[in-house]
Design a binder for this molecule. Structure first.
Ligand code: NAD
Length: 258
């Protein structure tokens, strides 16, 4: 208990899945937690369950980031932890990609992360006592190994990995002790896969494919990602920046079928 006591945190996409688990986990460990989401109903429920402060936010909109960060600065004067977690799946096969869906994917998964780093990072530089903080960007195992079926999702998650490294070394070389790392989850049991549920056959096929790629033989739990985020949010990870933290049940260590 108390591993991030008194620190001020913001988690994007905190209304569901991994984000909701991080909001709860950070609050358990003593942080003051703000979180954003486009889904106001889920946001209200997570706020009720965790004590986190909900801010309605679309991560692709710079004005939403400006007002969320201003609210935190007005109320606490600092930001210690930022998790850029909000993300969506891509439009699928190359031949059928709809350009509006493609642009939306990049707006949420890439531009949203950049805007969070920009505005959250600027408040971290103004922290009383000098610049400090930890930025955690949620990429994916698909940001390390490519999926054949969704080039857009892989491209956005690969972009998050290198954006994280660029921001980390930029801060470090300027002498700013603000760390920036990425987490690469494998398949985790969250509502992100709900779109397949109405089609029982497709859902079964997806689950089978996901399980096949995990040597540990099960999907991950949101809390297992929240625990990694907690480590990176805390001072326990003080020498880590620009690094990739894989939490995937061994998936990216295995050669398929061998
Ligand atoms: N679940 C997995 O297997 C898995 C694996 C690897 C990476 N990820 C990544 O983890 C992150 C969280 O995924 P999840 O599984 O919890 O998904 P989820 O769908 O359960 O939660 C995502 C949340 O983001 C919100 N959101 C979507 N668009 C938004 C926007 N424009 N602005 C603000 N909020 C927005 C949604 O309303 C939702 O509450 C995503 O970046 C996802 O790509 C998930």
């Amino acid at each position: 208990m108390g591993r991030i006591e008194g620190k001020v945190a913001f988690v994007s996409g905190g209304g569901s899945g991994l984000g909701a688990a991080m909001v709860g986990r950070f609050a358990e460990e003593g942080a003051i937690v703000y979180f954003g989401d486009v889904n106001a109903q889920n946001g209200a429920e997570v706020a009720e369950a965790t004590g986190g402060v909900f801010v309605e936010q679309d991560v692709s909109r710079e004005d939403h980031w400006v007002s969320a960060i201003r609210q935190i600065e007005d109320q606490h004067g600092r930001l210690d932890i930022l998790v850029n977690n909000a993300g969506i799946l891509g439009p699928g096969a190359l031949e059928t990609i709809d350009l509006d869906a493609w642009n939306r994917l990049f707006a949420v998964n890439v531009t949203g992360v950049m805007l969070g780093c920009k505005h959250g990072g600027m408040l971290m530089q103004r922290n009383p006592g000098g610049p400090s903080g930890s930025i955690i960007n949620i990429s994916s195992n698909a940001g390390i190994l490519a999926t054949a079926t969704d080039c857009g999702y892989s491209a956005t998650k690969g972009a998050v990995k290198l954006m994280t490294q660029s921001i980390a070394i930029n801060f470090a070389r300027r002498g700013l002790p603000i760390r920036c790392n990425s987490i690469h989850p494998g398949p985790i049991d969250t509502p992100i896969f709900d779109q397949w549920k109405p089609n029982e056959k497709a859902a079964k096929r997806l689950e089978g494919t996901l399980l096949e790629m995990i040597p540990l033989g099960r999907l991950g739990h949101p809390r297992e990602i929240a625990n990694m985020a907690l480590y990176l949010a805390s001072d326990e990870s003080s020498f880590s920046t620009g690094s990739q933290f894989v939490v995937d049940g061994g998936g990216t260590s295995a050669l398929a079928g061998l």
